[in-house]
Design a binder for this molecule. Structure first.
Ligand code: ADE
Length: 226
């Protein structure tokens, strides 16, 4: 998979891809990340990427021309399956969307800033608009990093034990069951006995029940969805 990220503050995107699982995924050649500084696509000397909005009103708007230059340039080099705009008024990211995107070959992610982008960018270039939650960030970069993390970890081979992504919370619309590790007793707090019983069918049944109970208690809305 190849992901091109377009940003006006590309420095924010350095560290998420420079450590841990995402770094290893890049090193293994399972994903390529290309970060593009939108200012490199501006022709005027002031490197202006935003301007006042037509009709008045507070806040600057990201101009269409540099975005067009960047996206159109990329599109001449390869086909893109999705051109995603990170914005608080997009569709809220969930596991299903992450699963879908993890199967794609080439993706562009555009990070919004200020009041957002000129609507014509959304109308003519963007195939999908994604929000990471009902709150407003200073820009789309952190949201893009969240999206990349949740998608990349699903690419086969990225996680050591592939089944561990399949048993994540939300993967089957249920929250994950509780997990424990050594010691089996700490300050008198014991691990549930079933987990040390060695009876794997019973352990599996216990986990399923815990998942269901947890979901019912903490996220009953997940059980209502079709
Ligand atoms: N940009 C600003 N806030 C955002 C959010 N909540 N999700 C995605 N992009 C954003």
């Amino acid at each position: 998979m190849r992901i091109d990220i377009i940003s006006v503050v590309p420095d924010i995107l350095t560290s998420p891809f420079d450590v841990s699982i995402l770094k290893r995924a890049i090193e293994k050649g399972l994903v390529e990340i290309h970060i593009h500084n939108l200012r490199d696509y501006v022709t005027d000397n002031y490197k202006q990427i935003d301007d006042y909005q037509f009709g008045g009103g507070a806040g600057m708007v990201m101009m269409i021309e540099p975005i067009d230059k960047c996206i159109s340039g990329l599109k001449t080099e390869r086909n893109y399956d999705e051109i995603i705009y990170m914005t608080p008024d997009g569709k809220t990211l969930n596991q299903k969307t992450a699963n879908t995107l993890s199967l794609k070959e080439n993706i562009i992610i555009l990070c919004g800033h200020y009041k957002g982008v000129d609507q014509r960018v959304r109308d003519h270039f963007i195939t999908r608009e994604i929000s990471i939650g009902d709150y407003v960030l200073s820009g789309g970069e952190l949201a893009a990093a969240v999206l990349c993390d949740t998608v990349i970890r699903l690419i086969p081979g990225v996680l050591g034990n592939e089944t561990s992504a399949l048993t994540d919370s939300f993967q089957d619309d249920l929250l994950a069951p509780p997990v424990y590790t050594r010691p089996a007793e700490y300050k008198g707090w014991k691990v549930p006995e079933i987990l040390t019983s060695g009876n794997f069918p019973k352990i599996e049944a216990w986990r399923e029940e815990q998942s269901y109970q947890r979901t019912k208690e903490l996220r009953p809305d997940l059980l209502d969805e079709d």
